[in-house]
Write a protein that binds this ligand. Sequence first.
Ligand code: SF4
Length: 329
Amino acid sequence: MSNLIEASDLVKTYASRRSLFGKPSMVRAVDGVSLSVAPATTLGIVGESGSGKSTMGRLLLGLETPTEGSVQFDGQAMPPLETAAWRKHRARMQLVFQDPLAALDRRLPIGQQIGEPLAVHGIGTDAERRERVSSLLAAVGLRRDQESSYPHQLSGGQRQRVVIARAIASDPQLLVCDEPVSALDVSIQAQVVNLLRDLQETRGIAMGFISHDLKVVRNVADRVAVMYLGRIVEEASSEDIFREPLHPYTRALVSSVPVPGAALRDRVILRGEPPNPAARPSGCAFHPRCSVAVARCRIEVPLLKPVDEGRKAACHLLDTQTDDTLSGR
Ligand code: SF4
């Protein structure tokens, strides 16, 4: 099956804020990332804050222009931002934000907001759009008579359902969901995740699901890419990642996720905070926090390499060439 979206060697740099006397330095928010999403599947993109996962989502949608590298959507290069060709692509790719209240216009009834993409992309007649808004409300579990409600009259979970209805209005092939449930009560999170999963199954939508919360990702992703300081450190099927995480960073993240019915794993505590992306540690960027780091880790950047069927990781200890290093520990 060919991929719906493919990112190759993406780099995104930003100028960091200038200190009182210093010059701004360039920060690599995304640093050489390649990934792909097959139609009707979900790629979870996980990592702590500052890992570059949200920037990655915006690069996939063409909302940011990469400093280096390229994105192909459905076999075509992503057109430059705000061109007519890009707007045509955008109808097929949508973004669901973390904060539904910020994503919605408080002055407009939700029915009008759900129908907005249809009007913008000239889809259907007025009557057809009204009918489509009604069916979208039903598809996301809202009542049809709620179309005249305003965002402040709805709960947080209902507002996120409105955002999702608007996102699927133009029948997109790809949804990028950036922390779509982290602003919601835990009791509501599962309902919204189930809704996204159902919509994906019934409509065959591919999803990029960005989250710091592995509990949520476990329930939704087919594959998972783990990011640390702008790079992918491990990528594998969701089953492999949660059954047998290989990279020490992935192991620490996964060990904090309780598995229903299973004994608690030995918890791997992550030491310290993620480093400032403007002051990237030498060698493996994870080495100051890694409990199994060896001398080589401070000097040499580990490359993301295949370690198994359908699985890649970037760690010197997983590299078969490291025998000498290991025996010299
Ligand atoms: Fe830890 Fe070294 Fe592997 Fe990095 S390369 S994760 S520091 S063991």
